[in-house]
Design a protein around this ligand. Structure first.
Ligand SMILES: Nc1ncnc2c1ncn2[C@@H]1O[C@H](COP(=O)(O)OP(=O)(O)OP(=O)(O)O)[C@@H](O)[C@H]1O
Ligand SMILES: [Mg+2]
Length: 439
């Protein structure tokens, strides 16, 4: 007579298909091995094949199929098998579909209760798959009230399956349910991540396209501004010269008419300045090859010489504190600081000599230049507006200008990958901050 151990060993080898599981210890061992095996499984496919190959095969069942619920079709589809339905590797022969309620598999899916059918000839629900077999066991794998899969095994002999088999399969089903739900959730997360990545790639592409379009339209606008400001200068000059000629030649011109001509000439001069400013603005390009090491103290000397008359007339005091060196376009950097210093002189308080301090502080990877005046100041609400083309906060009779200087400054700073900012208080003064990256 065979010992329990020998019987079990036979069962593992599949030698004795009529094995009845009597040994609870062996049941636990199978469950234990299954749990360990299940640890390494990630996808639902891997899990159902693990049930078919690592549990059913060891029980000595001649046939077993695991059906998985397919949400899209609302049916159970054969996904993994052991026995005749699994001729090679992880392949399943003619996988069939079963609707909920159909056959013994569909019934247990509906009732969520495992069943043993001792004699299939007496059960009208029995559906023939690959062969006619006389007994069947079917156990649902479910989570809460949702059936995920069904483990189904058939045997050629009548009354093959025991309550022990049913209990063991129920345990396996309960363990598998959690793992399958986890795999499903992981699958959904992965899909979500994939969609998210696709969406990010799509949006990045769209953004790049928009940037290219914007760049192109900016270039178009700049070349238009250049052409317009360049070509309009000549007719303006002609209008002014002919008006002046009329005034000179016309002896009987009334005083009033003479004044009107002067206004018109003034207007055309202002318009020419605006066009010159616009031309200068549209000509400002970022040309990295023209970048060089610039000694800022020397630049300040040149600026002071350029603004000599303005400084003398206003008695401006300009202090410069060791500004160091930067890398950039020399002409543009000179233009930037000259515009800011000329503004600091221009927007002084009435009857007060301007006092201007220019300094620099080094920060990690940055040089921050400060141009500080004690002039009329700027209201916080205009901090952004003043950098737009032609925007001025004062009337022309109080302060001359075209409103181009700061727009130029902003573009120059951007050409150098820097930032321009300000802090100001009405009647106390303004400080402009220029941050330039250290190259
Ligand atoms: N240091 C400053 N103090 C007070 N207000 C200023 C100062 N700098 C600029 N502003 C204000 O910002 C406006 C825009 O300055 P921006 O240099 O662009 O133009 P502008 O000096 O009027 O003309 P332009 O520079 O073309 O001759 C000025 O008109 C002025 O109202
Ligand atoms: Mg200015």
């Amino acid at each position: 007579m065979k010992s329990t151990k020998d019987t079990y060993v036979d069962a593992i080898r599949g030698n004795d298909s009529s094995l009845k599981l009597e040994d609870k210890e062996k049941q636990l061992e199978i469950i234990n091995d299954f749990v360990i095996e299940l640890f390494s499984k990630v996808t639902i496919d891997e899990i159902v094949w693990c049930i078919a190959k690592k549990v059913i095969a060891r029980l000595g069942f001649v046939d077993c199929v695991v059906y998985l619920y397919d949400e899209a079709e609302n049916v159970f589809i054969q996904k993994a098998a052991h026995g005749p339905k699994n001729p090679i590797e992880f392949d399943i022969k003619n996988p069939i579909k079963i609707a909920i309620g159909e056959g013994i598999v569909g019934s247990v899916a509906k009732s969520r209760k495992g069943e043993i059918v001792s004699d299939t000839r007496l059960d009208a629900r029995y559906v023939i798959d690959d062969d006619y077999r006389l007994s069947e066991i079917a156990v649902p794998i479910y989570h809460e009230d949702q059936v995920i899969a069904v483990i189904d095994s058939e045997h050629p002999e009548v009354d093959f399956y025991t309550p022990d088999h049913l209990e063991l399969l129920k345990s396996i089903a309960a363990i598998s349910a959690t793992k399958i739900m986890h795999a499903k959730a992981m699958g959904r997360i992965q899909e979500y991540q994939k969609n998210l990545e696709l969406e990010v790639t799509k949006k990045t592409q769209e953004l790049q396209n928009t940037i290219s379009k914007l760049k192109k339209s900016n270039e178009d606008l700049e070349s238009f501004a250049y052409a317009a400001s360049h070509d309009l200068q000549e007719p303006i000059r002609t209008i002014a010269s002919y008006l002046q000629l009329i005034k000179k030649r016309e002896k009987n011109l009334s005083v009033e008419s003479g004044e009107f001509i002067d206004f018109a000439v003034d207007g055309s001069i202002r318009m020419r300045r605006l066009l010159e400013g616009l031309l200068a603005y549209s000509k400002l390009k970022k040309i990295d090859e023209e970048f060089e090491v610039i000694c800022m103290d020397h630049i300040l000397e040149v600026i002071k010489a350029n603004l000599y008359t303005q400084i003398q007339e206003t008695q401006a005091k300009i202090s410069v504190n060791n500004l160091g060196k930067i890398v950039g376009d020399k002409t543009q950097i000179l233009q930037l600081f000259q515009n800011l210093i000329s503004n600091a002189i221009k927007f002084r308080k009435k009857d007060e000599a301007p006092v201007i301090e220019i300094s620099m502080i080094e920060k990690p990877k940055l040089k921050v230049f400060k141009i500080k005046d004690q002039g009329i100041g700027i209201d916080t609400s205009f901090y952004e507006k003043i950098f737009s083309l032609f925007s001025r906060l004062n009337t022309i009779d109080k302060f001359s200008g075209s409103g181009i200087g700061l727009a130029l400054c902003k573009k120059i700073v951007e050409n150098h990958n820097g930032e321009i900012d300000l802090k100001s208080e009405i009647n106390k003064g303004t400080t402009f901050f220029i941050s330039l990256p250290v190259i």
